[in-house]
Design a protein around this ligand. Structure first.
Ligand code: ADP
Ligand code: MG
Length: 317
């Protein structure tokens, strides 16, 4: 057992961005039991890492928010809820699932654990004029066949997983609770925040209004990392890292790439919008803003990725 040797103020801050898609495995229905079971893999690792790092966990909600939208569209007995409210609901749902699983894993490591954890409802400011409002790109909910997608009353796009419903995904401008998150980290809390990319809001003077969108959690995580000062960013997903020619003959996992190479591969279309694109963009942004290590890795490899021993690492040069 590696016991922590450093006080909280001397530890580096690690941000783990957990993929919503990684909580529902290929071929699974996505039941709550399956999602709880899948969460044990990342949470066991994060429990161990929390002995050596200050930890922030952000998470996606693509499959979960899409499923919730579908559920309410199947029911006419009660008023429909806007997407912003569904994002808030999935933030609560996943915050609870992550926190309770992490708690169990911390206690399994050390039955006397007194590690503090807080799940924070988080808003993220977006620009009302963001062109993304007119070009939905964020896949949510289940996978459909081409015929089902063509018959649907909502926009859909082909993704490597199949056809999926897409919604607007504006860029995050600032995390409203950044100061609270920073303070909780300094106090030694593990903070779960920016769930589902954060509840999308636009500014109205000093107040905020929710908008119909789902922010990409990878871009929200890069923004949060910049605003609270994170050392290591690990983007944990359902593939081993970023590949060249993904899903095509000759596909190849990238071990390391420089920011310049990453931008070049992005330009060449290797990393599509709505899935691998925002992960690579987030890693690029993080490194350019002074981050020490950015890794895109599988959910099984969070610990090894944190040590630079798995996944795709972005380097400055
Ligand atoms: P998450 O919920 O973890 O954010 P996403 O579905 O948004 O998951 O992104 C991961 C997915 O990106 C992979 O499952 C894969 O289908 C897709 N993908 C697209 N292009 C690539 C690529 N070049 N390398 C790896 N994965 C890719
Ligand atoms: Mg994603």
């Amino acid at each position: 057992m590696t016991l922590c040797t450093k006080g909280i103020s001397e530890r580096q801050t690690l941000l783990v961005a957990l993929g919503g898609n990684a909580l529902i495995r290929n071929g699974e229905e996505g039941t709550i039991e399956e999602q709880f079971a899948n969460l044990k893999v990342p949470m066991g690792q994060i429990a161990r890492l929390s002995r050596n790092y200050r930890v922030i966990i952000t998470h996606g909600n693509g499959p979960q928010v899409g499923n919730l939208l579908l559920q309410q569209e199947c029911c006419d007995a009660v008023p429909k809820l806007p997407l912003e409210i569904l994002v808030a609901q999935t933030q609560g749902q996943l915050g609870y699932m992550i926190e309770s699983t992490l708690e169990s894993e911390l206690l399994a490591l050390d039955p006397t654990s007194e590690q503090l954890i807080a799940s924070l409802v988080s808003y993220v400011v977006v620009d009302e004029e963001d062109p993304a409002f007119h070009d939905p790109s964020k896949p949510i909910g289940p996978v459909y066949s081409a015929e089902e997608a063509a018959r649907a009353h909502w926009p859909a796009r082909k993704t490597p997983k199949g056809y999926r419903r897409v919604v607007a995904s504006p860029r995050p401008i600032t995390i409203v609770e950044k100061r609270e998150i920073g303070k909780l980290i300094e106090m030694g809390f593990i903070v779960i925040c920016c769930g589902g990319g954060g509840i999308p809001v636009i500014r109205d003077g000093r107040a905020f209004h929710g908008v119909d969108a789902v922010i990409d959690k990878d871009l929200a995580s890069a923004k949060l990392a910049e605003e609270v000062g994170v050392d290591i960013l690990v983007i944990a997903t359902d593939v081993a890292g970023a590949f060249l020619h993904y899903g095509e003959p000759g596909e190849k996992l990238i071990d390391t790439m420089t920011v310049e190479e990453a931008l070049h591969h992005l330009d060449e279309g290797h990393f599509p919008a709505g899935s691998m694109g925002p992960k690579v963009e987030a890693a690029v942004q993080f490194m350019k803003n002074g981050g020490k290590r950015a890794v895109i890795a599988s959910i099984e490899d969070i610990e090894r990725g944190t040590g630079g021993k798995a996944g795709t690492e972005l380097t400055l040069s």
